[in-house]
Design a protein around this ligand. Structure first.
Ligand code: NDP
Ligand code: 8X3
Length: 247
């Protein structure tokens, strides 16, 4: 049985990824700050299938403790899913809150690179895989995207750069770059359930399960095959849109 380490498994894409992986015979270390959500996943899927690791990814000491305390059955990681992340705010850069920017940088960039670096020796030893959830926001900018877009451009590119460094090790590396997925993402970004409902209304957005099935597909490909990157959107979203101003 293979073991995945899925960050951000208390909601959305990460939670759906744990369900999909476990349904297909994987064990998962499921991480997040909301212990009650991880406990519910354990109750639903079984303590032999899910190990809850409750920590804030921005807290390096807590990350180290979680890694040091993995039960034996969950200690040999075959797949790292770098998923935990968030956007905070949609203000233009000139009005944005610096604390929001710092939170996005600490979570989406700093925590991801630290966790990846810590797990790389084990992933190399097991010829494992890394799947990172970047975003279309890292490929196409939109107003108010500013630091979130920059952090996801970093995620997309860091993941591709890992592939270069890991060449010859047998470790597979994939950047999955979704567009609109209806999760708790927009509630977290705006602080408003209504803003989230309004954004996705009529769009028929992707779901956490859509991205989870993509993660599962990549994870289960034969070991000689590497998907470098996948960009996916709902049919009702596209990437057109230059803005002009007159005057
Ligand atoms: P959700 O808000 O539904 O889930 C985010 C997950 O990240 C939660 O499990 C949350 O856990 C975890 N997380 C956030 N901050 C921290 C932290 N400091 N420490 C530990 N865990 C943390 O959003 P999504 O599922 O949509 O987002 C998952 C990833 O997908 C993110 O990286 C996001 O940028 C990316 N993405 C999302 C898209 C979308 O449209 N939804 C599109 C493209 C990419 P907890 O709060 O319990 O700590
Ligand atoms: C979030 C994707 O399209 O909502 O990463 O900005 S989008």
């Amino acid at each position: 049985m293979k073991t995945a380490f899925v960050t951000g498994a208390t909601a959305g894409i990460g939670e759906a990824a744990v369900r999909a992986l476990v349904a297909n015979g994987w064990r998962c270390v499921a991480t997040g700050r909301r212990k009650e959500r991880l406990d519910a996943l354990v109750s639903e899927l079984g303590a032999d299938k899910v190990h809850p690791a409750v920590f804030d990814v921005r807290d390096e000491a807590a990350m180290d403790e979680a890694l040091a305390n993995l039960p034996a059955d969950f200690a040999d990681i075959d797949l790292l899913v770098n998923n935990a992340g968030l956007a905070q705010g949609l203000s233009p850069a000139q009005e944005a809150d610096l604390a929001d920017w710092q939170t996005m940088i600490d979570t989406n960039i700093t925590a991801m690179v630290k966790l990846t670096r810590k797990l790389l020796p084990a992933l190399i030893e097991r010829k494992g895989a890394i799947i990172a959830i970047g975003s279309v926001a890292g490929n196409y900018v939109y107003p108010g995207g500013n630091v979130y877009a920059g952090s996801k451009a970093f995620a997309n590119h860091f993941t591709l750069a890992l592939r270069a460094d890991l060449h010859g090790t047998g470790v597979r590396v994939t950047s999955i770059e979704p567009g609109m997925v209806e999760t708790e993402f927009t509630v977290v970004r705006t602080g408003s359930q209504k803003a989230s409902d309004d954004l996705y209304a009529g769009v028929n957005p992707m779901t956490g399960e859509d991205i989870a099935s993509t993660i599962l597909w990549v994870a289960e490909l034969p070991p000689h095959l590497n998907i470098n990157r996948i960009e996916l959107m709902p049919v009702n979203q596209d990437f057109a849109g230059f803005a002009i101003a007159r005057g």
